[in-house]
Design a protein around this ligand. Structure first.
Ligand code: LMR
Length: 408
């Protein structure tokens, strides 16, 4: 019966860990998945998260199902965190106050993308979604599996190792009107290259002209500046445009996987900014109708950690400190790697402009394969390094391996 099922290829990102495990070279380095490692090469639990868990252990009295869309406190925390943080986002506060944001807890960032993709297939007249070239390897699969038609818009110039803003704007100007456009809020994955506020302004103008529907993916909030409250300039600006009636609505996918280190807890959200409180009511009910047959309701441990941290000022302060340290280490290893790279044959300056968990080296597929086969350096073949895998013990070996491969 199943004999004709072909073998599926390993996942482009998660498949790397499997290959890495099988390598017996003691000097092997895993720069594959975007998940934080400390200077000893070990995954961590944020101290603030551990403390929230201790408190939960004492106080938790049930493990009941949460709502299909998650708990009300979680929804409200996420809304205030993203759309009304530090009271700097008057427009965001207005949208919350006017019941114009519908938030559902989802199975982390991927789950939020899948939920909104299914929602768009059901309710958006245009089924086309434009995604940056390149984008996170899983985006296309999520969107096309849901039934959207994914197409690239220009984003990055691989020869110049820089943002290709002229072609980016041109391809959005050529996009089919009313289509969906995927925007990375900050720390673009995989390139680490973000638009400046002035460049966002140009893009938002095209979005208005072409009536495109913005879908924002914010997986790395906090990783650009070290402070999650500083990394949401795009959200604040778009909220203003919504309040002014220039952009009618948009959606935002978000997760606590990276900025709270809750990877396996699968804790994230989808927020849909709507045109009216009546629309919010209908959309909320439709999200429930969509989620219930898919996975019934989201897991509760991660969202309770988030609720615990946000409802305790000390824990909140401590989480912001934890995140700042993580981002600080990433910036330090980025600098260290840059210092050690040989610049005689290759200009590495783009590394210093990139932000977040990744450097996008510009190395070719052949060079990435050589790194893996000759030096046991594992990373995606698009030239992306997840830099938290770099530490004091392996940075020299890694820089030397890269220098050799570039020289060959
Ligand atoms: C990544 O890009 O490595 C992360 O977002 C992890 C994943 O699920 O791919």
């Amino acid at each position: 019966r199943w004999n004709e099922i072909p073998l599926a290829p390993p996942d482009k990102i998660l498949g790397i860990a499997e290959a890495f495990k099988e390598d017996s070279n003691p000097k092997k380095i895993n720069l594959g998945v975007g998940a934080y490692r400390n200077n000893e090469g070990k995954p961590i639990i944020f101290p603030s998260v551990k403390n929230a868990e201790r408190s939960l252990l004492e106080t938790e009295v049930e493990k009941e199902y949460t709502g299909i869309n998650g708990s009300k406190p979680f929804q409200s925390i996420v809304q205030n965190f993203i759309f009304n943080n530090s009271n700097k986002d008057a427009a965001g506060a207005k949208l919350i106050g006017g019941n114009r944001i519908v938030t559902a807890q989802t199975i982390s960032g991927t789950g939020s993308l899948r939920v909104i993709a299914d929602f768009l297939v059901r309710f958006n007249s245009a089924k086309k979604i434009y995604v940056p070239k390149p984008t996170w390897a899983n985006h296309i699969a999520v969107f096309t599996d849901a039934g959207l038609d994914a197409e690239f818009y220009a984003y990055y110039d691989n020869n110049a190792n820089d943002l290709d803003f002229a072609n980016l704007t041109k391809s959005l100007e050529d996009a089919d009107p009313e289509s969906v456009v995927l925007l990375h809020a900050c720390c673009h994955n995989p390139t680490g290259m973000d638009l400046t506020p002035e460049q966002w302004e140009v893009v938002l103008e095209i979005i208005q002209q072409k009536k495109l529907y913005p879908l924002i993916d914010m997986a790395y909030q906090g990783f650009a500046s070290g402070n999650p409250y500083k990394d949401i300039g795009l959200i604040r600006r778009i909220n203003q445009l919504v309040v002014e009636g220039k952009i009618p609505s948009y959606s935002l996918c978000q997760s606590f996987a990276k900025n709270m280190g809750l990877y396996g807890e699968r804790t994230g959200s989808i927020s849909i900014v709507t045109e009216s409180p009546e629309q919010s009511k209908a959309i909320d009910s439709q999200l429930k109708k969509l989620i219930r047959p898919m996975y019934s309701s989201p897991p509760i441990h991660g969202s309770k950690i988030v609720e615990t941290i946000f409802s305790n000022p000390e824990l909140l302060e401590s989480w912001l400190g934890d995140l700042d340290q993580v981002v600080g280490r990433l910036n330090t290893v980025r600098d260290k790697l840059y210092q050690k790279l040989d610049k005689t044959n290759y200009n590495w300056d783009h590394l210093t402009k990139q932000r977040g968990m990744f450097v996008y080296t510009g190395l070719s597929k052949e060079q990435m394969i050589a790194l893996r086969e000759k030096y046991s350096v594992y990373a995606t073949e698009d030239g992306r390094f997840s830099i938290s895998g770099i530490n004091d013990s392996n940075v020299d070996y890694l820089a030397n391996a890269i220098n050799e491969v570039v020289r060959d």
